[in-house]
Write a protein of this length. Structure first.
Length: 499
């Protein structure tokens, strides 16, 4: 194979007039029409002078064209860097600078703001709007609808995904062709995907879940997707009867359960519902089965590793667990302090090794060394245990992380912005339970002596800096933060207090 990822996901479907994308307006795009669109985009990128290995940063609304941009990057040997559409200019500036992207593709509305950032970094800028218009697609006019696929090896980089950390700035997780391909093939087989599947995909395609799990698995199997720009309950209810599979974060499933129209009749044609990115409450699992007769299949993954474990397709899908390590993936539980292996049943840090584990963080060798051991085990920072039957249970986190509606928020990043505001002495950011998002962000502030804090002004300042999903839903001013004898802020005490 000249380009394993492209050849398997995309090239294998050349010439097929089978459905690939069912779109909200009722239209359908075949595999072949999609590949032709991708080839034309690949020509535009090549004409622009991009070379294999160059990074292309894309902050675009989910659309067939946006997905074809991913296919085009794969075919042209470029490293695809998708970015959350909620990111602010501050956040984007960092990602573009840090990645050394040579091309930025963004919505027309954001172009004016991003052009100077692109210029300052020597990157070109093209636009792609939600409706598929913009300078990128304008330039595809007249381009050939086939493209000579650029040769790549399994070890070459295919994508960068930025992930925040408990300290410092976001890190670019470098994912190889092998990481993405091996995982997609394993999952397609494990979850029994085939060419007859129609996957309801309402997830964003700028993160692992919607792109490297939902989309890649469908592509490996040669199936189709109902490709929705976002989770809209009415649209999902309308489309469920023609789908065979769905993937979502727990919020998708709790929202469905909150609607009386949702029940067994609607999902008669469904084969499997898969959940991940955040803990699915055992209660949701039980309610879902009672309502539909389906047991949700929960799996566990990370940006750095793609998917690590999954409940079985055949066999018991155990509520409150994330199932077994996937074929080819090793998972062990270690002592958080010493790194030593712990006996079966003990709680410790989960470490994983396999072809799915990333290559390291872009230009951050120290951070890579802290989390990726020499022997190939990646320290996930999730706390878990393995029960007597081999099921993995995630029991908590050894990292300060909030997961809200499937999006990760590192408190440190929000605290840094809060601490910078006038009159703020210090802050602590925690996640508090929320019926819809699982957790939402809460900020606790301490004022400097004699200062009176204007929480509205502080929230407005946060807005300019951070994506909406990271904003505290509430700010509380206290006299002092609870600390232990070592002086460390006791976030557990705050969580109990504001539960
Ligand atoms: C939207 N808002 C949020 C979130 N989403 N706030 C906190 N957390 C969120 N996740 C904001 C909106 O901007 C809006 O702000 C307000 O909350 C209400 O929005 P709403 O209309 O209810 O939200 P929505 O547009 O319906 O979106 C909710 C959603 C969406 C459908 C749950 O967030 C979503 O698709 N999440 C999936 C994320 C995902 O794919 N994660 C996978 C990462 P305002 O007040 O201004 O109106 S990959 C991963 O984690 C690993 C690898 C894995 O294992 O998969
Ligand atoms: P990210 O770094 O955005 O890819 O998020 C990865 C994190 O999401 C993991 O380290 C876990 O903490 C969490 N996660 C993913 N899937 C699950 C799951 N099924 N149950 C609990 N947590 C999960």
């Amino acid at each position: 194979m000249t380009n394993p990822l492209y050849d398997t996901l995309f090239g294998a479907h050349a010439g097929k007039t089978t459905p690939f994308l069912y779109l909200p307006d009722g239209s359908m795009l075949t595999h072949d029409a999609f590949l032709q669109m991708a080839a034309r985009i690949a020509h535009v990128l090549t004409v622009a002078g991009l070379q294999p290995g160059d990074r292309l940063a894309a902050q675009v609304v989910k659309s067939p064209q946006a997905l074809a941009l991913y296919a085009a990057c794969t075919q042209a040997g470029l490293v695809f860097l998708p970015l959350n559409t909620a990111y602010t200019m501050d956040e984007l500036t960092y990602f573009i600078e840090n990645s050394g992207a040579r091309m930025v593709v963004c919505d027309g509305q954001g172009a004016e703001g991003l052009q100077p950032v692109a210029d300052a970094n020597g990157a070109q800028l093209l636009t792609l709007n939600a409706d598929g218009s913009g300078s990128l697609m304008d330039q595809t006019a007249g381009q050939p609808d086939t493209y000579p696929t650029v040769a790549r090896s399994r070890d070459d980089l295919a994508a960068f995904l930025y992930t925040s950390g408990t300290t410092g700035r976001s890190k670019g997780a470098m994912l190889t062709q092998e990481n993405l391909l091996s995982n997609a093939q394993t999952l397609a087989e494990y979850w029994r995907f085939d060419a007859d599947d129609v996957l309801l995909n309402a997830l964003p395609i700028f993160h692992t879940h919607g792109l490297f799990v939902a989309t890649n698995v469908t592509l490996v199997a040669g199936g189709a997707m109902i490709f929705l720009p976002k989770f809209d309950l009415d649209v999902i209810i309308d489309k469920l009867p023609v789908a065979t599979a769905m993937m979502g974060v727990p919020t998708f499933y709790t929202r469905l359960l909150g609607d009386d129209r949702f029940g067994a009749v609607l999902v008669r044609g469904m084969r499997v519902f898969i959940s991940g990115s955040a803990p699915l409450l055992a209660e949701t699992h039980v309610q879902f089965e009672a309502r539909t007769g389906h047991r949700i299949l929960e799996r566990y993954g990370m940006t750095e590793t793609n998917m690590n474990t999954s409940n079985p397709y055949v066999g018991e899908r155990r509520a409150g667990t994330v199932g077994f390590p996937l074929p080819g993936v090793e998972l062990k539980i270690t002592d958080p302090k010493t790194g030593a292996d712990l006996p079966q049943g003990d709680i410790g840090v989960m470490e994983v090794r396999g072809p799915n584990v990333f290559k390291g963080y872009w230009q951050m060798p120290e951070k890579t060394a802290e989390e990726l051991r020499q022997d190939g085990f990646f320290i996930t920072g999730d706390l878990g245990r393995i029960d007597v039957d081999g099921y993995v249970h995630i029991v908590g986190r050894n990292k300060d992380l909030i997961i809200s509606g499937g999006y990760n928020i590192y408190p440190k990043e929000v605290e840094e912005v809060l601490d910078d505001q006038p009159g703020v002495l210090e802050s602590a950011v925690i996640g508090v339970p929320d019926a819809d998002f699982g957790e939402v962000v809460l900020g606790v502030l301490v004022a400097e002596k004699e200062a009176t804090l204007n929480t509205d002004a502080i929230l407005a300042a946060v807005q300019a800096k951070l994506a909406r999903f990271k904003h505290p839903r509430r700010l509380i001013v206290v006299d002092a933060l609870p600390r232990n004898t070592m002086g460390k802020v006791q976030k557990n005490v705050l969580r109990e207090r504001y539960d």
